[in-house]
Write a protein that binds this ligand. Structure first.
Ligand code: ADP
Ligand code: MG
Length: 373
């Protein structure tokens, strides 16, 4: 059974080696990525205070896994697929040495690390190993040999059934890390008895991911405000022409049809460029803002428009400002959405930034995440 690291008995962890699973799946040069690193630091410091040696595990990108140890020595690992630069970034944020353990020969690496009594070590991208994605027991067992106990602090990856997230807990005493604990507590606040009105704002590109959230929150939410590709999808299904706009064709809005204009609010005006809807319009910003300002609880996932271009960020900025001035308990998640807040230096004005995109949506949708079971 998983327990909380914050409540671990001292004798169970003190002076021991911890296998710490983090989500360091970070794109090079992504500013928002600092959030995942920042939120891992309290757990690392907690472990160091308990004299633990730390072995960090993570995945990154989608490299092709390597089949069999004989091939491992020969392959060339691309820079963006390696965790090497992430280890450097983490080390700089932490102000402590993080030794990156190059290579994929786990036995070799273990020998190297075993010599040290203490320190922070990071293994190479777990996605190079076939067993990781397959939640393979044998691979999990090999990993487990590196430590005395296991901590999962990779909330953003908890919706995936991988060996270092699930199978590994069969071999070691297992704990939820401090970040994961705070994610669960804060997300629980917005789904279990939220202070009303509860306003949910959904946008972005990954429509089918977010649709599940509408299903689960429709009863609890007072308003669901739509933007981005999600709004376009609703437009298209209502036969409102959307030109070449981003939308999801295989999504059925029938169950929600009666609620459109009541609980589910669509933009009343939009910004169009080259036959594409790229942001919500100024009247919509005003209407959404007045609903948001009355909220006591707010969930936001997915930008209102194509925020990478300054011309189309007004909708997301407007929503963000309304959230801040509402004084409501607010939770914001999603890779692009949280990056946007950090870029605008407005992230600290939000009650809780979730490090999860898909995982946050799955959690809020009421699904049991495999790694949290
Ligand atoms: P998050 O990462 O916050 O969960 P998504 O990954 O679902 O959000 O989508 C983010 C992307 O959605 C952004 O890159 C943004 O440019 C894009 N986007 C939002 N609205 C539109 C739109 N109307 N047209 C095209 N792209 C959009
Ligand atoms: Mg995204």
């Amino acid at each position: 059974m998983m327990k909380f690291l914050s409540k671990a008995k001292r004798e169970d962890i003190f002076g021991k080696t911890c296998l710490l699973r983090a989500d360091l799946n970070i794109k090079s040069g992504d500013r928002g990525s600092s959030l995942r690193i920042k939120r891992l630091i309290p757990t690392i410091n907690f472990l160091l205070k308990n004299n633990c040696k730390i072995i960090l595990l993570s995945h990154r990108g989608r490299p092709k896994p390597i089949n069999g140890p004989s091939l491992r020595s020969k392959i060339k690992i691309l820079k963006d697929d390696s965790l090497f630069s992430v280890a450097k970034e983490l080390s700089a944020s932490l102000g402590k040495k993080v030794s990156f353990e190059e290579g994929l020969d786990l036995k070799e690496i273990k020998k190297r690390i075993d010599i040290f009594e203490s320190g922070i070590f990071m293994l190479e991208n777990l996605r190079f190993f076939l067993g990781e994605d397959k939640n393979d027991l044998k691979f999990a067992k090999n990993l487990s040999a590196f430590g005395d106990f296991y901590v999962n602090d990779a909330f953003a990856f908890s919706h995936r059934k991988n060996a270092s997230m699930c199978a590994i807990t069969k071999f070691l005493p297992s704990y939820f890390g401090l970040n994961l604990e705070s994610e669960m507590k804060n997300l629980d606040k917005v789904i279990k008895n939220p202070k009303k009105p509860l306003v949910v704002i959904l946008g972005g590109a990954k429509v089918s991911d977010k649709a599940g959230l509408i299903n689960n929150l429709i009863k609890k939410a007072d308003f669901i405000l739509l933007g981005g590709g999600l709004a376009n999808t609703f437009f298209a299904l209502k036969n409102i022409p959307i030109g070449d706009s981003l939308c999801e064709k295989n999504y059925d809005i029938k169950p929600f049809e009666k609620l459109i204009g009541k609980k589910i609010i669509l933009p009343s005006d939009v910004v169009i460029s080259k036959k594409r809807i790229l942001d919500i319009g100024s009247k919509t910003i005003e209407a959404y803002s007045s609903i948001i300002k009355k909220a006591k609880t707010i969930i936001w996932n997915g930008p209102m428009g194509m925020i990478e271009d300054k011309k189309f960020e007004k909708g997301s900025l407007g929503v963000l400002k309304a959230i801040i001035s509402s004084g409501a308990f607010s939770v914001v998640g999603g890779g692009e959405t949280t990056s946007f807040l950090i870029k605008k230096s407005l992230d600290k004005k939000i009650s809780f930034l979730s490090t999860g995109g898909g995982a946050m949506l799955a959690y809020l949708s009421g699904k049991k995440l495999p790694a949290l079971k």
